[in-house]
Design a protein around this ligand. Structure first.
Ligand SMILES: N[C@@H](CCC(=O)N[C@@H](CS)C(=O)NCC(=O)O)C(=O)O
Length: 228
């Protein structure tokens, strides 16, 4: 299997955590995609994923699977013993509900703020984004506020249970964790009063599959290289 991604980026980090959880690291070859040079917006990559985003999983027979949730489902079920996406109907539903909320309130909103409210990944990629949106700072700011509201929402959830979808660490936790990595890079901090979210983050950071993969180095080298 091949994974097209870039180390240190938030959605790729989701899949790297899944690979570690499932002991699949050694089964995968990573192919680095140069987001700063907008390699993912060129025809060769768009043929793999028309959304022009990473990660993308390519199976040995050439089958392509994009979208981190879909890739997670595939990897989690490969051994017939899913541990991150639920086994019972209720577990599956709860995880997918929280997973989607995590994407809508945290990862997607951070992504919009990062690309339109900050210099993002720089000029080469910015050309593929909508310039008229970049001019609308208040639109980006609204997404920053959405992220803060999302953090407070999940703080409330985590005041009632150890992990986002219940008693067990799941795909939804991984998505929020990756979203917080991206929030750091975008300069959006967890509000001081969100103590349950902070404690959950500290706990998740210590999981063997997450430790040393937490992406604290998120694109830092790339951004420095381009003076962003
Ligand atoms: N919904 C996608 C989101 C993937 C995504 O946005 N990936 C980022 C990297 S963390 C990306 O490729 N960004 C490039 C861009 O927005 O141009 C997923 O779940 O995989």
């Amino acid at each position: 299997m091949k994974i097209y991604d870039r180390e240190g980026f938030p959605n790729p980090a989701r899949i790297r955590i899944v690979l570690a959880e499932k002991n699949l690291d050694s089964k995968v070859e990573f192919v680095s995609v140069d987001l700063i040079a907008a390699e993912h917006k060129q025809p060769a990559f768009l043929a793999k994923n028309p959304a022009g985003t990473i990660p993308v999983l390519e199976l040995d027979d050439g089958t392509l699977i994009a979208e981190s949730t879909a890739i997670t489902e595939y990897l989690d079920n490969l051994d017939g013993n899913p541990t991150l996406t639920g086994t019972t109907p209720l577990e599956k539903a709860s995880i997918h509900m929280m997973q989607r909320r995590a994407e809508r309130e945290i990862t997607d909103a951070v992504g919009i703020y990062f690309h339109y409210g900050t210099p993002g990944l720089g000029e080469a990629l910015q050309r593929y984004k909508a310039p008229e949106w970049a001019a609308r700072k208040e639109w980006a700011e609204r997404h920053r506020e959405q992220v803060i509201a999302g953090m407070l929402y999940f703080d409330g959830i985590l005041s009632t249970r150890p992990f986002v979808a219940g008693a067990k660490f799941s795909m939804a936790d991984i998505t929020i964790f990756a979203g917080l990595i991206h929030a750091d890079a975008a300069g959006i901090s967890i509000p001081e009063k969100a103590t349950f979210l902070k404690a959950w983050r500290a706990k998740v950071s210590e999981l063997p599959s997450v430790k040393n993969r937490s992406g604290q180095h998120f694109v830092a080298e790339d951004l420095r290289r381009f003076g962003l």
